[in-house]
Design a protein around this ligand. Structure first.
Ligand SMILES: *Cc1c(COP(=O)(O)O)cnc(C)c1O
Length: 477
């Protein structure tokens, strides 16, 4: 299988070739030339597989260029109970991504039991092992440079810690993350993990990363790469849990379901779209946004209008505070019938700060056939949903999952079972839980005192030269 660029002007590549890279040379995102199909027989055979075996079955379709025995070893090593055990005390951690039924037909898929208590661990842990494998084979090395305001950075660090051939240089805004998030990242003592606390805000850290990445000479000399949400390895690994959730919530492969997905960069729900294109019986993909509702606006009006940073709100579901959804281009490529020229036309608007509108095009009439519906949730909705879920079911959920549950219940067709993806555990967002419930969230065993562990980080002014010097000083020449 080969991968093509959404912009249509870059050569096709294999899974392994795109694994370590970012955007295609023409600025597009990679997608399979054709989505692999899952037959009814395969669905039957997959229904009772363990998560690791299911991951192997799904990933084999996306990465046929990795020898089966090697891929099997990687999925077996990744999806273990030991890696995904940071769960609620009553979770069934013998399973990876267990389904929790709130009431008949209403479920939560627990995707946040990994090392950083967020769903990003589901894909990132696999990516760490895939990267190490690919680098070993090509005798290469990779220095991952990124900026984080919380979730992505810590998931990347926990995935890459101790991996051969890989170093992580992660920038974060000095003193701006919660004590828990700071402790999660800065307490890592692995010599290949470098936390850099930048004096400034998240955007300052982000600008530094961009400046270094735009210095192509430095980038090549120091093997600089990223693990951001457009990485195809991450998207493909996320497809797996849609299958897992479907099997857990249904008794037969005749049934249809709805998934509700708290969305920011459109990575998670893009994987749902792909699972549906492969033949998984998903009737509805329910996209939930917070006050940053650029995606809800698109599905309601046909207008995609990314916002500037000044119009991007800081909310109590911060991992969904995006102005522009970096994976959305993948879906629109399918929506326009894979017409790369059309896609380029739309994105020439987006890339220059504009918008596009599909309302008066044939694409608007095609949209319902993709199964998407959307809705928006506010701070008040989050508080109420967290409270109602606690009172009615005795289950504490985080703020992002609350957005998904609120919009999911609102938008789900009455005849469908609803599977809400849990994207983080409440322990990560203590302040809002206390605001909603007047009590602290439960912490997974072993995480009680992490704020008291010794921390290791380099504090730095927001200066490009200082960052380059730090990287150069820590990468053996
Ligand atoms: C990253 C993240 C999201 C948004 O996921 P996308 O793939 O960007 O749509 C939602 N909730 C949490 C907790 C996250 O960390």
């Amino acid at each position: 299988m080969k991968y093509l660029s959404t912009r249509g002007l870059a050569p096709t590549k294999t899974f392994t070739e795109i694994l370590l890279g970012g955007l295609a040379l023409d600025g597009g995102l990679y997608l399979p030339e054709e989505y692999p199909q899952v037959t009814r027989e395969e669905l039957d055979a997959w229904r009772n597989l363990s998560y690791a075996d299911l991951a192997f079955a799904v990933m084999s379709k996306f990465a046929p260029d990795i020898p089966a025995a090697d891929l099997k070893a990687i999925t077996d090593k990744t999806y273990t109970q030991a890696v995904y055990s940071n769960a609620r005390a009553d979770s069934d951690t013998r399973q990876i991504a267990p389904l929790r039924t709130l009431e008949p037909g209403l479920h939560i898929l627990e995707l946040s039991n990994g090392p950083t208590l967020a769903f990003k661990d589901m894909a990132m842990q696999l990516l760490g092992n895939l990267f190490e494998y690919a680098l070993e084979r090509q005798h290469g090395e990779l220095n991952i440079l990124g900026a984080t305001s919380g979730d992505t950075g810590s998931a990347a660090e926990y995935a890459m810690r101790g991996k051969h051939g890989i170093r992580v240089f992660m920038l974060s805004p000095h003193g701006k993350m919660s004590a828990f998030q700071t402790a999660q990242m800065y307490s890592l003592q692995d010599p290949n993990i470098f936390n850099i606390a930048v004096r400034g805000v998240f955007d300052d850290a982000q600008d530094l990363v961009k400046a270094v990445s735009n210095d192509h000479v430095f980038k090549a000399e120091y093997h600089i790469g990223t693990v951001n949400s457009i990485n195809w390895g991450r998207i493909s690994a996320q497809v797996v849990y849609y299958f897992k959730g479907y099997f857990a919530a249904t008794a037969s492969n005749e049934e249809q379901v709805a998934f509700s997905v708290p969305s920011g960069n459109f990575g998670n729900i893009c994987a749902g779209h792909i699972a549906r294109q492969m033949g998984l019986p998903i009737a509805q993909l329910i996209l939930a946004t917070n006050e940053n509702d650029v995606l809800d606006e698109f599905f309601k009006t046909g207008i995609y209008r990314p916002r500037g940073t000044a119009q991007t709100f800081h909310t109590s579901s911060p991992s969904m505070d995006i102005s522009k959804a970096s994976n959305f281009e993948r879906f629109v490529f399918d929506l326009v019938g894979r017409d790369a020229a059309k896609l380029r036309e739309f994105w020439s608007q987006v890339d220059t700060g504009g918008a596009f509108n599909i309302k008066d095009t044939p694409y608007w009439d095609e949209l319902p056939s993709f199964g998407f519906v959307s809705g928006k949730s506010t701070h008040q909705d989050r508080l109420e949903t967290i409270r109602a879920t606690w009172e009615n079911y005795g289950v504490m959920i985080d703020t992002h999952t609350a957005d998904g549950l609120k919009v999911g219940i609102e938008q789900c067709r009455a005849d469908l079972p609803l599977i809400c993806l849990e994207t983080a555990l409440p322990a990560k967002f203590e302040a809002t839980i206390i605001e909603a419930l007047g009590r602290e969230p439960e912490r997974p065993a072993g995480m009680e005192g992490i704020e008291n562990l010794p921390q290791r980080c380099e504090v730095m002014d927001a200066e490009v030269e200082a960052l380059k010097a730090f990287i150069a000083g820590n990468v053996p020449g």
